[in-house]
Design a protein around this ligand. Structure first.
Ligand code: ADA
Ligand code: CA
Ligand code: CA
Length: 254
């Protein structure tokens, strides 16, 4: 979250996805989003009672990232994780992730409460199942790594992510991202390949429901990335460039 306090009609740009076209003449580049003196303070939403996937695993407060080692499994037992001193859940890029999944690590049955900070960082071949973000921070899950090395396959199965201000899934490395049996309510984009990058990623969306979408389901600047979808339901979509942000030929029902 983090858009609280911004007056919508004054917002002139969408976070970090601003593309400046220098060919359109001189003048100064207008500053992005921030309005002087109005640092938005994220507000905790009413604590949602988890309605899917089981709750009542209690609460755990953390003060640093939980690292799940290569090949290891972290099963949260439906516990709610609350971060302290790791970020405020705003659009600040300097927040810590709640979880860092090393290559081959799995994360299951956990609820990430407010503040969501920088969510879950995936370093490749990760399985993320029944993970619930009750109030997304800067983003929910990021595929990390080099733009020139494939991160492999990241599977997100079950769970949900709500109250995002911008991205749910942020992809910074080539990969296959498979999202299944998942819902998200409140977002700019469900999935964003890192702005300006041209590597290839493949996104599968299977049995996915998105509500209250401000911009796109998938946005990429790459002409080789593809999205395959099956049983995708989108309601209250408000983007100006379509679900695929103008790259309709790269999205396929499968
Ligand atoms: C922005 C930023 C990237 C990266 C990304 C992220 O797009 O420009 O450098 O930090 O956010 O991973 O959240
Ligand atoms: Ca970001
Ligand atoms: Ca981020």
């Amino acid at each position: 979250s983090g858009g609280i306090g911004l007056v919508p009609y004054k917002v002139t740009a969408k976070y970090d996805d601003i593309i400046v076209d220098s060919s359109t003449g001189g003048g100064t580049t207008p500053p992005p989003t921030q309005i002087p003196g109005t640092t938005p303070t994220p507000t905790r939403r009413s604590t949602p009672t988890p309605t899917q996937g089981g709750g009542s695993g209690g609460t755990k407060t953390i003060t640093s990232t939980i690292i799940v080692g290569a090949g290891q499994v972290y099963d949260g037992g439906n516990q709610t994780i609350i971060a302290q001193g790791m970020g405020d859940g705003s659009q600040s890029e300097s927040q810590d992730p709640i979880f860092r999944l090393e290559n081959g690590a799995s994360l299951r049955n956990v609820i990430i409460g407010f503040p969501g900070c920088d969510g879950v960082h995936c370093y490749g071949n990760n399985s993320v199942s029944n993970v619930r973000w009750t109030d997304i921070g800067e983003d929910a899950l990021t595929v990390k790594g080099s733009e020139s090395v494939s991160a492999g396959t990241i599977t997100v199965d079950g769970g949900y992510a709500n109250y995002g201000d911008d991205k749910v899934f942020q992809v910074n490395a080539p990969c296959t991202l498979r999202v299944s049996n998942f819902s998200a309510d409140g977002m700019g984009k469900l999935c964003r390949q890192n702005g300006g990058t041209t590597f290839t990623m493949t996104l599968y969306l299977t049995n996915v429901t998105c509500k209250n979408v401000k911009e796109a389901i998938f946005r990429t600047d790459s002409s080789t990335s593809q999205c395959y979808y099956r049983n995708l339901t989108v309601t209250n979509f408000n983007g100006d460039n379509g679900w695929w942000y103008g790259r309709d030929s790269q999205a396929h029902a499968y």
